[in-house]
Ligand binder design. Structure first.
Ligand SMILES: *Cc1c(COP(=O)(O)O)cnc(C)c1O
Length: 616
């Protein structure tokens, strides 16, 4: 059976049991059952499920791998991790993450004033805060306030002007002061689509000349003792370990050199983020060539080696992994609304007295197709369609002929892929682009998978059930925005096959996995589709709890966010209806009631179909 590469990307977080995707934790609930329970309360549209146990799993694995690596080679420095808020600042992620991180003294990283305020309010007592990114004097002041409140905070300087700001601010503020970190500009950089943060031309960090000057400035301002950390970040989703090792060697040597220049309190190297996760559903196109164990071993070994050679103390190690911590915790579930070819049924055929020769032939192909001739007939049908469409353009066949052509060809494709099935997979694959089915899915790619739109980053996708049946249709996925970019096209190199379902008979849901990092906050409100309904699922040994169900914004709130005066919108709609001369009082009342409900409901689709009580 097709397992949608679950062994490649799921890291044991999800498994297939009885034909359903299940969460591999405690009672191992099927995701589809959780979805159905939530929908039984009238919730419709796409749904984002958060699984806090997966945040815990990632945090635990970071700590245990680094601790293990340090223990093995008797590393002298400590290990600490902070979570960069920019990866996901949504409260139902952050609150769970902070609570889970407590026992590890897991800290937070902030890159803006708003994130720093979040860190100052949510961070566990005693856990570190690091601040990166460009800072003005107000943000520097905020960093000082955090230190004065008792936070263990390090302000990382991106440029010398920021350091001047810190020196000025320090003169005016109270004790205690924040610690100071220097971001170093490496000549090494990462690889892959996110590798713009490192390298000599990167947006961030001090050159070696600037580092020397920074130490002098700190010394003159009597602040050198606050300088405790150097920081680098070579980019996100680092696909290969080699560039990371190169960067580490460079950073380790800079650390030792700065110590020799008198930075006596410098004790930490912050490696930034970049730990990759595997998004690929195909073993042949994996995106990461190392394990966390290997990464941890390399980091610890290299830093020990450099420190020992240069006769300096082994530095404490900080990391700021975001993607690795957050990605797996969230799954997006989207209902399939329509299979485009589903409307092509035999009932739609309306033959004329005399049909064009090619239409007659298509009909013949359709009625006589069998296992022996299926492949050949499929090719013929596609050829005939091309010819008939050309004849239509030239005016030789009419709209009814064209309709019969489209219906027949779709019926032939359906029959052929069913007959050929699994056995002729490779042959069929060659013509999948032509015979693919389009699935209309109730979600917005711009809102929920912005990195697919912006960077062509694939996310694992699979149906939530029917996994004991072979999927026969090569699929392209269409979202509900009216933008032609809102499509995940069929890709012959990483083909997606889905089931040929009759949506009048059953529901069909797709799960998009590993969407917990970056997607939520980068999500765009294209067409005014906003963040989907979300829920936090806590799994135990007997079942699971649905917590913090937060419905997708209603239409009035969406408009209010754009700064519309929603009172005005409501009044205008009411007035126009009241003043209308086309409808009577009873109708007006009815319409006003309908509008009221609509304005207070979320903006995703709710197609009603023939299944009793089924509303998508
Ligand atoms: C974005 C960022 C991170 C997180 O990177 P991931 O690839 O998500 O681990 C860490 N540190 C800094 C400075 C960043 O800008």
């Amino acid at each position: 059976m097709v397992d949608y590469g679950i062994k490649v990307w799921a890291n044991g977080d999800f498994i297939i049991k009885n034909g359903k995707v299940c969460v591999n934790e405690g009672s191992q609930p099927a995701i589809i059952d959780i979805v159905k329970e939530i929908r039984s309360n009238g919730i419709r549209g796409p749904l984002l499920l958060r699984f806090p146990h997966l945040i815990h799993k990632q945090i635990r694995s970071i700590y245990s791998n680094f601790k293990q690596a340090q223990k093995e080679i008797k590393y002298q420095g400590s290990f600490q991790a902070v979570y960069p808020l920019k990866v996901n600042q949504f409260p139902n992620f952050v609150k769970n993450m902070v609570e889970i991180g407590k026992e590890y003294k897991y800290g937070l990283e902030a890159g803006s004033k708003a994130e720093l305020i979040l860190a100052m309010t949510h961070n566990n007592n005693g856990s570190p805060i690091t601040v990166n990114g460009f800072k003005d004097s107000e943000m520097i002041g905020l960093g000082f306030i955090a230190a004065e409140m008792g936070h263990n905070i390090t302000l990382t300087i991106e440029g010398l002007n920021e350091l001047e700001g810190i020196i000025e601010t320090a003169k005016e503020r109270f004790a205690p002061k924040p610690k100071i970190g220097l971001r170093i500009r490496l000549h090494s950089s990462g690889t892959g689509i996110w590798a713009k943060s490192g390298g000599i031309n990167s947006k961030f960090g001090l050159t070696s000349t600037e580092l020397i000057q920074a130490v002098k400035m700190l010394k003159n301002a009597n602040l050198l003792e606050q300088f405790t950390m150097i920081h680098f970040h070579i980019g996100s989703q680092i696909s290969e370990i080699a560039p990371m090792k190169k960067a580490l060697r460079e950073a380790g040597n800079i650390y030792a050199e700065l110590k020799k220049m008198g930075a006596k309190n410098l004790h930490a190297i912050n490696l930034g983020g970049g730990l990759a996760i595997e998004y690929s559903q195909y073993e042949s196109v994996q995106q990461r060539n190392y394990t966390l164990q290997e990464y941890a071993n390399d980091v610890v070994y290299l830093l020990k080696d450099i420190a020992n050679k240069k006769n300096e103390m082994e530095p404490d190690i900080f990391i700021e992994s975001g993607r690795y911590v957050a990605a797996s915790h969230a799954v997006l579930i989207a209902p399939v609304l329509e299979l485009f070819s589903q409307e092509y049924t035999e009932q739609k055929l309306e033959f004329k007295e005399a049909n064009p020769q090619l239409v007659e032939e298509l009909h013949y192909l359709y009625t006589t197709i069998n296992a022996k001739n299926a492949m050949e007939y499929l090719h013929d049908a596609i050829d005939h369609m091309e010819s008939l469409l050309t004849l239509f353009d030239l005016g030789y066949v009419d709209l009814q002929d064209r309709s019969n052509t489209e219906v027949l060809v779709n019926l032939i494709i359906k029959k052929a892929v069913n007959i050929l099935g699994e056995k002729h997979y490779s042959e069929i694959l060659n013509i999948q682009e032509q015979v693919q089915e389009k699935y209309l899915v109730n979600f917005s790619i711009f809102q929920s998978l912005p990195d697919y739109w912006g960077l062509e980053q694939n996310f694992p996708v699979m149906p939530l059930d029917m996994l004991d049946e072979h999927p026969t249709r090569s699929a392209s996925l269409w979202d509900i925005t009216c933008d032609s970019d809102g499509e995940i096209g069929f890709d012959i190199k990483e083909p997606l096959f889905l089931h040929d379902v009759d949506l009048d008979e059953r529901e069909y849901f797709l799960g998009f996995f590993l969407v917990g990092a970056y997607q939520e906050v980068l999500g765009m409100k294209h067409n005014l589709f906003t963040h989907p309904t979300e829920a936090t699922i806590k799994i135990n040994n007997d079942g699971y709890e649905v917590e913090n169900l937060l419905e997708s914004q209603c239409i009035l709130d969406i408009l209010e966010d754009l700064d519309y005066d929603v009172r005005d919108i409501q009044d205008t709609l009411n007035d126009r209806i009241e003043e209308s001369e086309l409808i009577d009082e009873k109708a007006k009342k009815h319409i006003l009631g309908e509008l009221y409900l609509l304005l207070n409901d979320n903006g995703y689709l709710k197609t009603v179909s023939n299944i009793p009580n089924k509303v998508q």
